[in-house]
Design a protein around this ligand. Structure first.
Ligand SMILES: *[C@@H]1O[C@H](CO)[C@@H](O)[C@H](O)[C@H]1NC(C)=O
Ligand SMILES: *[C@@H]1O[C@H](CO)[C@@H](O)[C@H](O)[C@H]1NC(C)=O
Ligand SMILES: *[C@@H]1O[C@H](CO)[C@@H](O)[C@H](O)[C@H]1NC(C)=O
Ligand SMILES: *[C@@H]1O[C@H](CO)[C@@H](O)[C@H](O)[C@H]1NC(C)=O
Ligand SMILES: *[C@@H]1O[C@H](CO)[C@@H](O)[C@H](O)[C@H]1NC(C)=O
Ligand SMILES: *[C@@H]1O[C@H](CO)[C@@H](O)[C@H](O)[C@H]1NC(C)=O
Ligand SMILES: *[C@@H]1O[C@H](CO)[C@@H](O)[C@H](O)[C@H]1NC(C)=O
Ligand SMILES: *[C@@H]1O[C@H](CO)[C@@H](O)[C@H](O)[C@H]1NC(C)=O
Ligand SMILES: *[C@@H]1O[C@H](CO)[C@@H](O)[C@H](O)[C@H]1NC(C)=O
Ligand SMILES: *[C@@H]1O[C@H](CO)[C@@H](O)[C@H](O)[C@H]1NC(C)=O
Ligand SMILES: *[C@@H]1O[C@H](CO)[C@@H](O)[C@H](O)[C@H]1NC(C)=O
Ligand SMILES: *[C@@H]1O[C@H](CO)[C@@H](O)[C@H](O)[C@H]1NC(C)=O
Length: 777
């Protein structure tokens, strides 16, 4: 049975419904064309054909080593049966999400129940070369970073994988779709002129580097799949351009062409050259190889070697547990591995002697004990891409990851972080959003899912818009089966002191689901990518985001990254200030950078089942509360709590506060806001969806007001000549109260279709200290 607020759900997709359902279910949405096939979904047929066959086949024993046809002496017949049944289900279901939300680029899941296909995430090991990767024949007994496999490619995609790939593509709709997409992308890049040098200041030439890397990966991939040397020639054009040998000049000058003072750029160019050198190794002639190497060594590896003893270019190597360390060590490692043995200067060996240990003691520790990436949800992409590329390249080239994957025993939780920080609207995108992504994706969790035995990471990511690119082709384990949402708890709380955040939702597969992301956490220790945002939250419902984030300021602003002290200039910019967050302000002042909140939370532990339609029990709930007193001056006590109500159809946000300074509740929204005449409730509208918010038990004089997302006129001034970014379309909803003691309760009622006014509940008033799972029934 469907939840009352989902769109006309139906339990099964039949072939004749499948072509039209997107249009009828999502009349307001433009379905972008990243997925145009994958239909029909012959699910009814499949259930009949294979029911029972895959049910209960949950065991996942050592999948990565049992796929070798040579090594496996006693292949389990039932294992093979399960694998082949899973393969036929996969073929028949096809590419499961059949469209994507054009605004948020998240997959749209059809409403269906398929207890044959959507079982517990698992791997179905197989010896059938059409269904599973063979075992890597290169298994050195004493791996060493400078001892590489003898065949090419050596980075990420060894030749045994290229040989297996065409057959795997034939039997996996995801691989097939990604292969087609990469061909399409490479074809689109082909006629374009080489990437034009552009120094944009705030991110240097990082966009250039990542765009070139993206293109080179695609060209190299298509060449290897076709043997058509036109792709090699086109790749060389791009390499020559980035080396300054093209028709247009490239880089700030002929010495610092890859901009080593912003070393991310240098590292990404080095990686790009490394992959192209290695993947196209057999296609280059000696002159070309030497040219690529010379440029990469001069602009990349030599500046990299210097960086390890130069704090201007190499500050990232000195105790930086964040994306910089991963990207810089990763790029240098990839470049060094690519030319190892061909370059006689010894620089590749020197680099490898530095990068691996450095990444182990820094990059690998950027994942907290709870799996959270210590910077932000967006910086997770950059950090994990650098880390995964480095670990994967070391493994394929030399036979070991040198503990990059295991030195932090909690690294395996970082896929969970990414899944829970992804709401049905978009990421809970607190803090800085970072530069453009280009070659950066979430595909690291395809790799991690395989390495850490978390099939749900793979199942989640394979449906995402950024999956199609060359890494997926080699990181994806096609023996994966089941559904990521099956048995997946709706809520998860991330408890590390540094992070302290919660994720609660009403469904994993309904783009209209209710979602709350909320955080407390410490305000130092995030590589200056965070905001002063204890108590900040986002709310998604009805396919859109109601309370949201403003994102990065201008990285070029004066002292934008000066955030280690209370008076650091970073905290002068509106988007970074507490007033730019969805939280409480006291005296219109910033929160204290040394805040040390404590949190409590609980959940009914509701999990989703096989169906994409979840019937949420009426007592299913979750809450997160934080004692934020330490974040404020002039505040005797302050606790904020947020919870799901009424079977996860409503949200209550409560602030129990005693302050000697003025209090202001703030929330940023893209909605247009209509406040009723009493001032105690407001109707928020985005498109044709509405959400009603209302102050409960309104403290005397408490009214809702609205204003622009701009700084207060009496804020301390910005550094000379600096301005805040405009926030067009954003309204701040406010509730202002004088000093005093309050329990301020705000109820959010998304206006779900099919729900009438009487279906909404008005919760009792309960002090946050007394909140339990049943306190609001
Ligand atoms: C391997 O799998 C393919 C695709 O499912 C199937 O057609 C083929 O018969 C299988 N081969 C063996 C030896 O089982
Ligand atoms: C990969 O995609 C291209 C373009 O659609 C197609 O021509 C080629 O046959 C595909 N490769 C395989 C192995 O299916
Ligand atoms: C790759 O091709 C797909 C399908 O046409 C498109 O949606 C996507 O934007 C392209 N990606 C890039 C980076 O050009
Ligand atoms: C490309 O060439 C390699 C090496 O000769 C060969 O193994 C492979 O089958 C060829 N691929 C195609 C698509 O022709
Ligand atoms: C190597 O290849 C390039 C590009 O195709 C060509 O211009 C050059 O003449 C070749 N050099 C040799 C020595 O074959
Ligand atoms: C670019 O030109 C320089 C100077 O002639 C040469 O050393 C280098 O190898 C060339 N690199 C590429 C990729 O063409
Ligand atoms: C460190 O690197 C910067 C930028 O490339 C350079 O200007 C400076 O001379 C280097 N310092 C040393 C000591 O090498
Ligand atoms: C993560 O890895 C650690 C250390 O290997 C292990 O003890 C733990 O069970 C793993 N956790 C998960 C969720 O995989
Ligand atoms: C407004 O919408 C944009 C685009 O979807 C989003 O990036 C931003 O976070 C939203 N802002 C708020 C305050 O919700
Ligand atoms: C709060 O008070 C402390 C101690 O007086 C002071 O150092 C700090 O700057 C104040 N915080 C803010 C945000 O004003
Ligand atoms: C939810 O799960 C947690 C952890 O297993 C457990 O401590 C708690 O009692 C469970 N709560 C309910 C309501 O089942
Ligand atoms: C919800 O109700 C079910 C059935 O009465 C009960 O077993 C469960 O404990 C309740 N859960 C909570 C969180 O109250």
């Amino acid at each position: 049975m469907a939840s009352p607020y989902s769109n006309t759900p139906y339990d099964q997709v039949s072939p004749n419904e499948s072509s039209g359902f997107l249009a009828t279910r999502r009349p307001k949405r433009h379905i972008s064309n990243w997925i145009k096939f994958g239909i029909p979904l012959l699910i009814a047929v499949i259930i009949a054909a294979v029911l029972g066959g895959v049910l209960g086949s949950r065991a996942h024993n050592n999948h990565s080593s049992s796929t070798s046809s040579g090594a496996s002496t006693n292949p389990s017949a039932t294992g093979e049966v399960a694998a082949s049944q899973a393969a036929s289900i996969k073929e028949a279901v096809g590419l499961f999400p059949t469209g994507t939300d054009s605004q948020y680029l998240l997959p749209i899941y059809p409403s269906t129940t398929n207890t044959a296909a959507f079982t517990t995430p698992t791997f179905n090991p197989s010896n059938n070369a059409s269904l599973a990767w063979p075992k890597d024949p290169f298994q050195p007994s004493n791996p060493s970073p400078t001892s590489v496999r003898s065949d090419r490619p050596r980075l990420i995609a060894p030749s045994y994988k290229w040989q297996a790939l065409p057959q795997l593509i034939q039997n996996d709709p995801y691989l097939k779709f990604w292969n087609d997409t990469i061909f399409g992308n490479a074809t689109a890049y082909y006629p374009l002129p080489p990437v034009v040098y552009h120094m944009d200041g705030s991110s240097g030439i990082l966009d250039n580097a990542r765009e070139i890397k993206m293109r080179l990966k695609a060209f190299s991939y298509v060449y290897r799949m076709t043997n058509d040397t036109k792709w090699v020639d086109r790749a060389f054009l791009e390499l020559q351009n980035a080396a300054g040998n093209g028709t247009a000049s490239f880089g700030p000058d002929s010495q610092d062409r890859w901009n080593p003072t912003h070393f991310l750029d240098t590292a990404e160019f080095t990686a790009a050259f490394g992959y192209a050198y290695d993947w196209l190794y057999d296609a280059w002639n000696d002159t070309q190889r030497e040219q690529i190497r010379t440029s990469m060594v001069f602009y990349g590896l030599e500046t990299g070697l210097n960086a390890f003893s130069n704090s201007t270019t190499g500050w990232w190597a000195d105790n930086i547990e964040g994306n910089w360390n991963c990207v810089c060590n990763g790029g240098l490692t990839v470049g060094a591995l690519a030319i190892l043995g061909d370059d006689t200067s010894g620089i590749a060996e020197q680099i490898l002697g530095l990068t691996i240990d450095n990444a182990k003691s820094n990059c690998a520790l950027a994942v907290s004990t709870d799996g959270t990436w210590a910077e932000t949800a967006n910086y997770w992409y950059f950090g994990t891409t650098g880390h995964a590329e480095m670990a994967s390249s070391l493994m394929t080239a030399t036979g070991s990851d040198y503990d990059l994957l295991s030195v932090n025993t909690n690294f395996n939780l970082t896929g969970l972080f990414h899944m829970y920080v992804t709401g049905p609207g978009s990421l809970f995108s607190y803090g800085d959003h970072g530069p453009n992504k280009f070659s950066t994706t979430a595909n690291s969790i395809l790799f991690y899912g395989d390495q850490f035995d978390h099939p749900e990471y793979i199942l989640f990511q394979r449906d995402q818009h950024d999956a199609p690119e060359p890494w997926s082709m080699f990181w994806y384990d096609p023996t994966v089966a089941g559904a990521f949402w099956d048995d997946m708890p709706l809520d998860h709380f991330f408890d590390n002191q540094l992070d302290q955040w919660g994720s609660m939702r009403s469904s994993w597969t309904d783009e209209n689901a209710l979602y709350i992301g909320v955080k407390a956490g410490q305000l130092l220790g995030h590589q200056n990518h965070n905001d002063l945002d204890c108590g900040d939250f986002v709310i998604d419902a009805l396919g859109t985001r109601w309370a949201g984030e403003l994102g990065s300021g201008d990285y070029l602003s004066t002292n934008y990254f000066d955030g280690d002290t209370q008076n650091g200039d970073r905290w002068l910019y509106y988007r970074k200030r507490t007033e730019g967050q969805n939280t409480i302000l006291v005296n219109q002042a910033n929160q204290n950078v040394n805040a040390a909140p404590t949190i409590k939370h609980d959940t009914s532990n509701t999990t989703q089942g096989s169906s994409t339609v979840l019937d949420v029990p009426s007592n299913s709930t979750a809450f997160f509360t934080a004692d934020l007193t330490s974040a404020y001056n002039d505040t005797t006590s302050f606790k904020r709590g947020i919870r799901m109500l009424n079977g996860r159809k409503q949200v209550l946000l409560q602030d129990d506060i005693t302050a000697s300074g003025s209090i202001m509740w703030r929330m940023h929204t893209n909605a247009s806001v209509a406040i009723d005449s009493s001032g105690t409730s407001a109707t928020l509208t985005i498109g044709d969806q509405t959400l009603q918010m209302q102050i409960l038990n309104a403290p005397s004089g408490a009214t809702i007001t609205q204003g622009p997302a701009t700084r207060f006129s009496n804020d301390p001034p910005l550094p000379p000549g600096q301005v805040d970014q405009p926030n067009p379309g954003v309204t701040v909803v406010m509730i202002s109260l004088p000093a005093g003691t309050y329990s301020l309760q705000v109820l959010f009622n998304p206006q779900w279709s099919g729900m009438s006014a009487s279906d909404f509940v008005t919760p009792p008033s309960v002090p946050i200290d007394s909140w339990t799972l049943t306190s609001h029934n």
